[in-house]
Design a protein around this ligand. Structure first.
Ligand code: IPE
Ligand code: IPE
Ligand code: MG
Length: 251
């Protein structure tokens, strides 16, 4: 129900100028390491400031009326980093979730984790389960935290799950809509706007299925320096665009 598989814009009518706010914003949080290096600090200091930026931006998104914020926090490829850096990132995520549990009800922020949680620590898994349990009781603004997430892994996982259901006779012909239900993002509209800071012009395995018709915004600003003003700029750019979804401009 309520799924968009790259065909329907979320609030803006069928085609034409979006004008409305994006309903779903996704962000590739990038540039923490370079931010720290520029200041002669260890990369982990950049990650710590990056978490604060994330908090600020999540609160801002909620306040301006965005429905979903999807954040790329750790990719399936990020395990290639030195053990100390991976451990530091996991530690920051634990701290973030621990604090979120205390405050999410008051802040009105629902949280859902997207990605393969199996290789994560028991502590992290427990914290995730707890945040998701609290989220089930809440309504409104939702943050999707992509953790050990990879777009290709997500598609392969969905294909496997579909094949199992097909074999057991639970489902029949595969459609785009049906396949979307096997993604981590089941039930969530596709992102309208995807932001990548730090000057890199690539997707790095983010939301490959869901981004079919997303609008992209790239900026050289490094994630720890990203601000509410930067988000406003991205939204202004988005609002000026014409989303046609393959059709022609409506009069
Ligand atoms: C993004 O910042 C955070 C994660 C990938 C966890 P980076 O750590 O990739 O920062 P840069 O790209 O090296 O500057
Ligand atoms: C993408 O950033 C992953 C996250 C932000 C979590 P990376 O820094 O890992 O991407 P590449 O290596 O520059 O493509
Ligand atoms: Mg990076």
């Amino acid at each position: 129900m309520g799924l968009f598989t790259g065909k329907k814009p979320s609030k803006a009518g069928k085609t034409g100028n979006t004008a409305a706010l994006p309903r779903h914003i996704a962000i590739i949080m990038d540039g923490n390491g370079r931010w720290a290096k520029k200041r002669g600090l260890p990369r982990t200091a950049g990650h710590a400031v990056g978490v604060e930026t994330f908090r600020t931006i999540a609160t801002y998104c909620k306040n301006i009326g965005i429905d979903y914020l999807t954040i790329y926090a750790f990719s399936t490829e990020n395990w290639k980093r030195p053990k100390e850096e991976v451990e530091a990132i996991m530690g920051l995520l634990e701290k973030y979730l621990y604090e979120a549990i205390e405050k999410m009800e008051k802040d009105g922020i629902r949280l859902r984790v997207m990605g393969d949680t199996a290789p994560l620590s028991e502590k992290l898994k427990k914290l995730i389960a707890e945040t998701e349990m609290i989220s089930d009781r809440l309504n409104g603004f939702q943050v999707n935290l992509c953790l050990n997430y990879g777009g290709r892994a997500e598609i392969v996982r969905a294909a496997q799950k579909y094949a199992e259901d097909y074999k057991s006779g639970k489902v029949s012909r595969l459609t785009e809509e049906a396949f979307s239900e096997y993604m981590y993002s089941a039930g969530i509209p596709d992102p309208d706007l995807i932001i990548r800071p730090s000057g890199e012009l690539r997707f790095s395995n983010f939301l490959l299925w869901q981004s079919a018709y997303s609008e992209y915004y790239f900026t050289d600003v490094l994630w720890p320096d990203f601000s509410e003003k930067e988000l406003d700029k991205a939204i202004e750019s988005y609002k000026k665009r014409s989303r046609r979804f393959g059709a022609i401009e409506s009069k």
